[in-house]
Design a protein around this ligand. Structure first.
Ligand code: TLP
Length: 351
């Protein structure tokens, strides 16, 4: 099932963003009814936005180019310049979005420590909320991430999310959720995504990760919030025209790929078990489709050598930090690919 690139079978575990559209998606894209979405006239985008809102239990949805754009549009819709957002120090929005909220929106990030399970302690959040004082920025927003990418793909529970929402409400703050992989979280917990999204004022989820869609995310929230986000999306240059070509793949993903995410989770556990049996590696707990592992500090090879030796065997993984690596399971990796990958790791760790 792995990709064939230049005649070589590549098992690409760097991310679930590498997934290609399924044949059903390509077919739906070719047949999609389209119109000018900036005029609100693309029937396929409209259907996707309605379906996404329904799945998230929100009033409205907005199709955006990427998870980064969805988070940025959310932050800009919730906050004014100079406002402060509380988010985890391992949050994607804090680490990987090129500082966009500060650079483009003048929003001040206030990172608090993420625990290993992806949560921020309620006491830490509470302590980070600014009192009214002319010296301080105004705290306006709290951001959660579910599943938590850098925290082992961990899942935040419905109860925890509600507790953060209660705190936000009590302190007159809004709650945004970066739910790039919210369907993975819902699958792992056996709950509807709408239950996880319910406590949040807004949520963005990605179609372009484990769901195999080539491009796109959807931001969901109240009608009023989405109307503002729609204006901001235009400001960011994200007003797309016949975007139904892309949205068509999104509709297929919600029908056909979401129900299969549990297969990626099972394979992630299988990969983790295989890696755990090898010398020289330690493995982080696996909750969803992401496996983080470490080369032991005294390993005989450098991180770069490790990556290169695996690449020479057509296995691609990502180096996240010194001695820390990530493998992400997705639709295009089947059980046989997992066995092949484990065997390649075994050979590399022996060399
Ligand atoms: N994550 C990517 C990289 O940027 C690290 C990946 O390979 O995992 N929120 C979360 C939790 C994400 O993991 C990502 C992408 C995004 C937002 C941004 O989505 P895009 O790439 O569509 O802007």
């Amino acid at each position: 099932m792995a990709f064939i690139i230049s005649g070589q079978k590549i098992i690409d575990l760097r991310s679930d963003t590498v997934t290609q559209p399924t044949p059903e998606m390509r077919e739906a894209m070719a047949r999609a009814d389209v119109g000018d979405d900036v005029y609100g006239e693309d029937p396929t985008v409209n259907r996707l936005e309605e379906k996404a809102a329904e799945l998230m239990g929100k009033e409205a949805g907005l199709f955006v180019a990427s998870g980064t754009m969805g988070n940025l549009a959310a932050l800009l819709s919730h906050c004014d310049r100079g406002d402060e957002v509380i988010l985890g120090d391992q949050a994607h929005t804090f680490i990987y979005e090129a500082g966009g909220s500060a650079a483009l929106c003048g929003i001040h990030p206030r990172p608090v420590p993420n625990q290993a399970d992806g949560a921020m302690c309620l006491e830490d959040i509470d302590a980070a909320i600014r009192p009214e004082n002319i010296h301080f920025p105004r705290t306006r927003l709290i951001c959660l991430e579910n599943t938590h990418n850098r925290c082992s793909g961990a899942v935040l529970s419905v109860e925890y999310t509600k507790a953060v929402a209660d705190l936000a409400q009590a302190r007159n703050l809004k709650l945004h959720m970066d739910g790039a992989r919210i369907f993975n979280a819902a699958t792992a917990l056996g709950v509807a995504a709408s239950e996880l999204a319910a406590p949040a004022d807004s949520i963005t989820f990605c179609l372009s990760k484990a769901l195999c869609v080539p491009v796109g995310s959807v931001l969901c929230g109240s009608c009023r919030f989405i109307a503002e986000a729609r204006r901001i999306r235009k400001m960011l240059g994200g007003g797309m025209r016949q975007a139904g070509i892309l949205a068509a793949a999104g509709l297929v993903a919600l029908e056909e790929i979401v129900p299969r995410l549990h297969e990626d989770h099972t394979r992630a556990k299988k990969l983790a078990a295989g890696l755990r049996s090898l010398p020289g590696l330690t493995i982080e707990p696996v909750s969803t489709n992401i496996v983080y592992f470490h080369l032991v500090p005294d390993a005989a090879m450098t991180d770069v050598q490790f990556i290169e030796e695996l690449a020479a065997r057509n296995i691609k993984i990502m180096n996240i930090a010194r001695r820390r690596f990530r493998a992400v399971l997705h639709y295009w990796i089947d059980g046989e690919d997992v066995n092949t990958a484990i065997e390649a790791f075994r050979q590399v760790l022996k060399t």
